[in-house]
Design a protein around this ligand. Structure first.
Ligand code: M6R
Length: 615
């Protein structure tokens, strides 16, 4: 999604703005731009990469001490230079605006502004903000006040940064429903939509809240909260020392962030499980001080999530049902928010999200609350996210920043967290003996090592990747709690290699998709040694009998042998309950290596954004 960086200092801020944009590239974008306020309002925009923008900056000796910059992921209007931000509005003060999010009432505003004589030069919803501010500057000469008045007219989600030629000693920013933070320095201050953009210059950050409008000067800042319907008042927001280091968001010895993140999994899963690895029992306190009280009241679980996080929820359903005896529904957030579900106040609503900023997940959670759901838990990777602030209970996965658009380490840490939740609820409901609890803890303790061993299948997976690179379609099969893992494997492959991939519960094959099977359709199967293995083997025979080529990931004791048309990779470890976590690894590696063979942009696949902050 779009990215914002702003900076005001005593010397040239352009290198900081460009480096900030470079660090936001991972979020996905299709154009980039930069504007400066001092020495006349100026801008450069391109539909190329940030490196292209840097080249233009160099050629035109573009320098200034107050500026805003943006990477745009097109929503309203095609990816083109005229639609790229910053957008200008000429008038009383000459303003420039960058914006993340969507202004839902932009058409109405556009008509109003056109009637007032404003000429629109782009197809974006953002340009209405620029003209609106100019209109308000006719009522007040103060830029802060003009922004504050303008946001009263905006409906939708936004994070904006505004500069004005007439008042080049400040940047005004505002947030409502899209992430935005301030970075504090010495005689220089910054704004960005993501902390990673600012780590190059500061670790001292303030996370703005919805309704906040802030003014940044070289030697200070102020924040006013202007939530609709409430009188505006100056507010003090906590200053955080970011725990992220520059290297957390750097590639190091790896070729891609996705590769780095796949190989980080043993470490980050260990970090996520740290509190339990040395314990003899798992405490509800892990989810918040009120967790025991809340967990004792619930009789079912509803998981809301999107994409990969949704797949984590689907795996958890098997755990919650079988271990805790709890009814569990898992819903795609974008669907749930528009249904008329019947709310049960005794349900624990669990929102799962890596970023904690996914618009659909946030809206689904808000909708669940509005229906009368009282107990909410967030499983999230970003401590400062909107999601973490929206629930009664929370569990932070400790995956560290995930930069690759294809989610990898966030998924396995979410699964680790959801296993802890399942164990906790099972215990509280008297479904887990102390002995069984100790066994599960022992499995969890071993998990990081098991993950490390599983990564060793990479060389074998690379051989398979060579064959997949020439295919246009693939099927992924799994049964039981490995069916969502098949879904995750298919999602990874299509996301980064652009090969069309579909996942099926293996038992469904003969109900339709078997018609697709021929020698050109590779069929990937996840075949752990569990109660469903014999059933799965029959499904695999159905594929072989139709000439389908099978690529099967097995446990060492799965008793599936390599044979004509049946390629087998044996996973070195077999952890029963946690098997979905281990079986995810080779699927991530397969997608990564197929993408490498196809020479796609692994970390920034076309059309996709890292954090989907718009509906
Ligand atoms: O940040 P979230 O976990 O809420 O994101 C949800 C999805 O957008 C995300 O998992 C997406 O499907 C990934 N690109 C998958 O690799």
């Amino acid at each position: 999604m779009c990215g914002i960086v702003g900076a005001i200092a005593r010397d040239d801020v352009v290198p900081i703005l460009l480096e900030g944009l470079r660090r936001l590239e991972y979020r996905g974008y299709d154009s980039a731009g930069i504007a400066l306020a001092d020495g006349g309002l100026r801008r450069l925009r391109t539909t190329g990469r940030v490196s292209e923008l840097s080249k233009l900056v160099g050629e035109q000796q573009f320098q200034g001490m107050v500026g805003i910059a943006h990477t745009r992921w097109a929503t309203h209007g095609a990816p083109s230079e005229r639609n790229a931000h910053p957008h200008f509005s000429a008038g009383v003060g000459n303003v420039a605006v960058v914006h993340n999010g969507i202004i839902e009432n932009h058409e109405k505003l556009r008509q109003r502004l056109q009637s007032a004589g404003f000429e629109f030069l782009s197809d974006t919803d953002t340009e209405v903000i620029a003209h609106l501010i100019t209109l308000k500057l006719q009522q007040t000469s103060d830029l802060f006040e003009a922004v504050r008045l303008s946001i009263d007219d905006l409906q939708g989600a936004y994070a904006i940064a505004v500069i004005e030629e007439a008042q080049p000693e400040r940047i005004i920013v505002a947030r409502n429903g899209a992430p935005l933070m301030l970075g504090l320095g010495e005689h220089c201050n910054y704004a960005a939509s993501d902390a990673s953009a600012l780590l190059q210059v500061t670790k001292r950050m303030i996370y703005l809240e919805d309704g906040d409008v802030a003014e940044l000067r070289r030697d200070g800042y102020r924040i006013v909260n202007c939530l609709a319907g409430v009188t505006s008042k100056e507010v003090v927001r906590a200053v955080y020392e970011s725990e992220l280091t520059d290297t957390d968001v750097e590639l190091g010895p790896y070729s891609h962030f996705m590769q780095k993140e796949i190989f980080e999994q043993p470490g980050v899963v260990a970090n996520t499980l740290e509190i339990v690895l040395n314990a003899h029992s798992i405490s509800p306190q892990l989810f918040g001080s009120d967790a025991e009280h809340i967990f004792k009241q619930i009789d079912s679980v509803l998981i809301l999530a999107c994409g990969t996080s949704y797949h984590a929820g689907l795996v958890a359903r098997y755990w919650l049902e079988s271990m805790a005896g709890l009814a569990c529904n898992v819903e795609i957030a974008s669907e749930y928010r528009y249904r008329d579900p019947v709310a049960n106040p005794k349900t624990l609503v669990v929102a799962v999200s890596q970023s904690g900023e996914t618009a659909d997940t946030l809206a689904a959670l808000a909708y669940a609350k509005s229906l009368g759901h009282q107990h909410t838990l967030a499983i999230c990777n970003v401590p400062e996210s909107a999601l973490i602030r929206s629930t009664d209970l929370r569990f932070l996965t400790r995956a560290g920043p995930e930069i690759g658009v294809a989610s990898t380490k966030a998924f396995t840490t979410q699964l680790a967290a959801l296993m802890l939740l399942s164990v906790t609820l099972a215990k509280l409901r008297g479904k887990l003996s102390s002995e069984r609890e100790r066994e599960v803890i022992a499995e969890l303790r071993h998990l990081p090592v098991a993950l490390k061993h599983t990564l060793q299948v990479e060389d074998q997976v690379m051989v398979w990747a060579e064959r997949f690179a020439h295919k246009n379609h693939a099927l992924f099969l799994g049964r039981g709690m490995h069916y969502p893992i098949a879904m995750e494997g298919a999602l990874k492959l299509k996301e980064i290699s652009y090969i069309h991939a579909e996942a099926y519960a293996a038992g469904e094959l003969k109900h339709g998709p078997l018609a697709l099977v021929d020698e050109d359709m590779p069929v990937v199967a996840i075949a752990p040694n569990n109660a469903l293995l014999e059933k799965l083997k029959s499904n695999l025979q159905e594929v072989r009998a139709r000439g389908g080529e099978l690529y099967v990931f097995v446990d060492s004791d799965s008793t599936i042998q390599q044979s004509e048309g049946m390629h087998v990779i044996i996973l070195p470890e077999h952890t029963r309950l946690l098997s979905p976590i281990l079986h995810t690894i080779p699927l991530q590696l397969l997608a990564y290596h197929v993408a490498l063979k196809k020479n796609t942009d692994v970390d920034k696949p076309r059309n996709l954004a890292k954090s989907v902050t718009v509906e």
